[in-house]
Each structure stands twice: as C-alpha cells, then as structure tokens.
Design a protein around this ligand. Sequence first.
Ligand SMILES: [Zn+2]
Length: 516
Amino acid sequence: MASVTIYVLILLAALLAPLSARSADAMQLPTLGDGSEMSSSVERRLGDRIAREIYRDPDYIDDPVLADYVQGIWQPLLAAARSRGDLSSELSERFAWELMLGRDRTVNAFALPGGYFGVHLGLLAVVGSRDELASVLGHELSHVTQRHISRVMAKQSQQTPWMIGAMILGALAASKSADAGSALIVGGQAVAAQNQLNFSRDMEREADRIGFGVMTQAGFEAQGFVSMFEKLQQASRLNDSGAYPYLRSHPLTTERIADMQGRQPLGAGNAPSAPLSPEHAIMTARARVLSNPGVDALRAIASEAPGTSLATAPLARQAGALYGAALASSRLRDFAGAAQYLQRLTGLLRGDAATARLSHWLEVEVALSAGEIRRAAVLLEQAPADAGLQRQRPELFLRAQLALQMGEMLAAKDASQALQVWLVAHPHDAQAWQLLSSVYAVQGQMLRSIRADAEAQVSRLDYAAALDRFRAAQELMRKNEAAGTGSTGQDHIESSIIDTRKRQVELLLKEQSLER
Ligand SMILES: [Zn+2]
C-alpha cells in the first residue's frame, strides 16, 4: 500500500502545494532539497512521526502470539538482506526495521519511510504458508533497502517532511476498510493518478527481483512467490480490489508474472505449493478472529469446527478450525463452547511441541478471559516441559496478566522480575513496559510504576506524554520526601534514574519539535 499511499499523497501534494510553499516560506521550514533521494536521517524522522500516530491508532495491534510468528519470518529476511549486501550497515543502523500489525481485514502490506512496515491481519488471514508471507514482506523490504520510498519522496521537493507525514497519515486513515466509501475514493484516486504517482514499473520489478533473492536466501521456498502471485491473480480476476488493496498498489502485469516464473528453478512451476502446516493454519485463524470481524463473522468462525466432516480433513485444517472456533467462542463469551474446542485441539496437537505451545497459550488466554484465575494459574504451572517457554514473550505476558488479575504481591513480584529481564534485551518493547508499570502498581511501587509508564510512552515515540509521566514521578518524590517516607536507598536510586531519563527525553522532544 505504500504506493497507494504515495499516489494519494502526491495527488494531495499537488493540491496543497501552493499553500505549503507559502507556509514553508513564512516559517522557514526545512525542505527536502533537490537531491535525487531523501537523506536517510530525514526519512527516519519522517517515519518516526508517522509511526507515533500509528501507535496511537486503536487499530494498531501488538498481539504477542501473531507478532512472534511474523518476527520469525521477518528477522531471517532482514538477516538475508544484510548478508547479500542489499541492506547496507548504515541503513541497517539508521532505520527502524519494524513491522506494525493493523487489525484491518483487507489484504495489504506496505512500506513506510524510515524502515517502518505495516501488515494488515487480513493479509495474514489469506496467505497459505510462511513462504507466501515471506514473498510479500521481502518485496516490501526491498522497496526500502533500494531507497524507492526516498526517491519518490524526494520528488516532492516543495513539501516539508512534516507535510508529507501529515498527508501519508491522512491517506492511511482514508484507506481503512471500515469506511468502504472512502476506500473506494482512495482507489479511484490511485487509478487516476497511477501513471505519475506509483512506484515506477522499474521499482516494482526491482523489488520483485531483490525480494525474491532475499526470501530464498533466507531459506523460504521459491514456490511461495509464485503461489502468492497466483492468489493475487485469482483475486484480481474476481475483481476483488476492495478486499485486496495490495492489488491496487501492485497490479499484476503479465510482465511481472512472466518475470517471476522465469526465476523459478526448472520444473518448479508445476511443483505443488507447500502443504498447509498446523502452525500456519493456527496463525491464520488467529488473524481472522483478531481482525475485528464482528459478531456474525465470529459466530461463523465458531461454527466451522463442529461438523463431522472436519474429522477427515488434514490435521492442519482441523487444528486451524478448532483454534479459530475456540478463540471466537471465547470472544463471544461462550466459554463452555471454547473449552470443548480447546479439548479437541490439545488432543489433536499432543506431542507436537511447536504447536502444543500455541494451544497451551490459548487455554490460558481463554481462562483469563473467563475470569478463571485459578485455572489459568494451574495451566501456567503445568506448562509443557520446555525451559525456553517461560522466556517467550507470549508466555511472559500471560504470566503478567495473571498476576494483575490475581492482584497478588508475590505473583506481581515474579512477573516484574521476569519483565525486567526481558526489557534489558528488548528496551523498546512498549507493551512490556506497560505491563511492568501495572505489576509495579499492584506491589504499591508507585514511583517505579510511573517510570515504567513513561518508558512505554518513549517506546511509542510519544516524548511529550513521557515527559508528563516523569514530571508526575518527580512530584510524587517531593511529596514522599515532605511526608518523610521518601528517604530509602531504593527511592534515591529511582529518583536519579528519573532525573536522568527526564533530561534525555527533554532533548528528544526538543529535536522532535525542531522538525516542524
Ligand atoms: Zn511494490
């Protein structure tokens, strides 16, 4: 969708150009210059500005289970791009290389400035394998490593980065599937403006070529690229561009298809697609349920599992249907139904460690939704005998949620220790900071709770909100001192950390405001 976004943004740019040129003049705003591409530092700051707004969007979703799965595909792609030399070490360090999931049901993935990428749950719900997903992500990744975005941006030399950011955000908002009317308009504009405004055909061809190299080097099956093309082709024959915005930005020209088929090893064109794996079927089901499908669709997903025909279906299909039915039932607050499907699912997956952990996490999740705290605690105690499991993000977060629902000191202390260890290795994990803030509050550690909340805001690039929290923490310290309760050694350390972090964030905020 980057290119849909770009179509719209450039159309808007044309409309707004006189206005922005005036304001740029009047306010002495920095412009992009007349270089052939936007500098990587300007592009990163532009990306940060867009990302900050996306983090605030209620449709942005950080689901630990889906995020884990997508990272398992994304990280190998990044590593392959680095080792092939497609991703320079300079760009590797300077850009974010972060995937953001959106609840949207439409099939879309897009690259944004600065190494941020959006992936709709609708895409996760239709890809048939990790390989297919890797082919789309590899293509989008290559649009950024090859500096396509920066070159298209640089054409907007009369625009300030700030204006471009505002327009990209407007286009993103307008293209949401929730509002079919505006989605159509975006499509219409995209078509009208396509010739001047798209990534060029050469850029698309290059993203296909480099993306293909990256995904195969990362160990994914080349066949995934072809079967994804076929899937898109089928959708375009059905003229389903409403559900497939990805098609609007990536029209399947015969040239692209021929190009891709030519890249396949001899004979691979006829090779069957990889069989559906249980793990992928489960992730697809989860994406469908979490993409805000509405009550009717949840009921439909829940009703896919019963039926005797399922018993003869391949294991992966059964696993996906049961997982989806259990999660959908839980969302509909039919916990008895959810328990039945879960029981069948765990029976089905017993002995397969990779997928057994997924049904284990779902069992805990459903128990927590049902308010069955004791049962959730027992389930976490009986976790499959895998020492690494407790260090995995979904498990860590479930344990923290359990501690919060229990409201119990000891559990909260365990959870905060585990989260702290996690955060040392993953200091930008906003959701982990947020959970840490809550489990500190359960322990009555208000100073630490406020500071963790501040760090969550920093991770979401919202420095103004973070500064508010740091100020609140300082205020609390003053009150504690006045009341004679603030003189412990621990508070002393905490207070110096808060002062230091506050000063650092003040600087960041200052830099951010200079960009306007
Ligand atoms: Zn593309």
